[in-house]
Design a protein around this ligand. Sequence first.
Ligand SMILES: [Zn+2]
Length: 344
Amino acid sequence: MCAQHLVSAFEVAGSILKNHRRRLRKKLPAQIPFVRRLFMKAENQAYKLDRVNGILDLPIRAGCHVKLRLVMSEYHRKYLDDESLSLGSMTLLPDKVIVTIRKHAPKPYALASVLSLDTNERSLDGVLAKEDQITAVVRAEFPEVSVIQSVHHDKRRMLQKKKSHDRRTAKRLCAREGKREHHRIDHRMHEVANAVLSFAEERKSMIILEDLTGIKPRRDKGFNRRISMWPRRKLHQIIEYKAAWRGIPVAKVDPRYSSRKCPVCGRIQDSRKGAEFVCGCGWHIDRHINASINLLQTAASEKAAGGLRFDPGAFQHDVVMVLCGPNRTVRLEPNGTSGIRAVA
Ligand SMILES: [Zn+2]
């Protein structure tokens, strides 16, 4: 075997062991790790890919090579023809080959504005600030996500009930439901992220998001279930990696009091109820937009936003620009068991 492949073999084994140890530490159920699926990983020095004709050349030992012709589509061509991208590691599986692509981080642009976004269960809400003024109120909506979540939640519960005599089948079917749910939410999150990033890119904005690490979901008694923080964190991850790919700066700020503070007088309210934030000083605005103004203020005070100063009191309540509306084509699965319909 080629010496280069040894390095990858060690690396793969090392990461499997690391995961195993993590499971033991967290006292999660763990078995002695065993790789069932046959695969091979090679670093970019240990294989050759002809980017024009898609022939993958794998050295096995001195004078012995395996050549595979990869099926290439327009999608693959788009990346392989782009000379600014280089090839990273390659993973060979029984049914597919995964080649990672590397890109030098693009040069960030000179900032012309700041886009501050508050992440909510059904939307991203925010403001765009230019120099010392808020110039636009923006919203990207994804109400389907919580609908998808509740549909799948109901389906899983039904499966558990129906298959209560067979826990193994129930577990397997529930896992499949979970996978489907993740796929559908993922897809939607990508659309939302693209809409937001294109808006930011056109205006040469820095994006401000709340730092969600460490935030626990609140119990939603009305539905007697917990809407997880997962889609929001996932959305942030997608925004962050896509932004890095496109050279759009992103900063994260501490969201403490962002939903309860008045950005004009600084008073902190006890409750966060109601769609509108109303303060004794006369300031009133949509609660989500208010939160995004607070995030913007935090970023400004932390100089994350490049020494931005602004006066929220001078802000005229603008018409909301919808970056991404609800996707009306989202289809509930035909055998859905829930009576909940997609809401506009
Ligand atoms: Zn106030």
